[in-house]
Design a binder for this molecule. Structure first.
Ligand SMILES: [Zn+2]
Length: 78
């Protein structure tokens, strides 16, 4: 169930309620003063963190291709 935010029209307190989507616009009782509270429009951050970019790097640079990654031994030992 999604969480909705409600704001009390009497005391101004804000609280959250878990409720089904079908009754998200129903009034909720304020936990402070028991007054009826309307759903507050909460700002949803539309950021989707999908940082799954695969970074493939060619290690070394200047290797001979015959040596392992991390250093070319044959060009170093000249
Ligand atoms: Zn209240």
């Amino acid at each position: 169930m999604p969480i909705y935010e409600y704001a009390c029209g009497f005391c101004g307190s804000r609280f959250e309620r878990l409720r089904p989507r079908s009754s998200m616009d129903d009034e909720a009782a304020c936990p402070e003063c028991d007054g009826e509270s309307r759903r507050a429009l909460s700002v949803f951050s539309a950021m989707s963190s999908n940082g799954d970019g695969e970074v493939s790097r060619i290690a070394g640079g200047g290797g001979c291709g015959g040596c392992g990654p991390g250093g070319c031994a044959c060009s170093m030992s000249v």
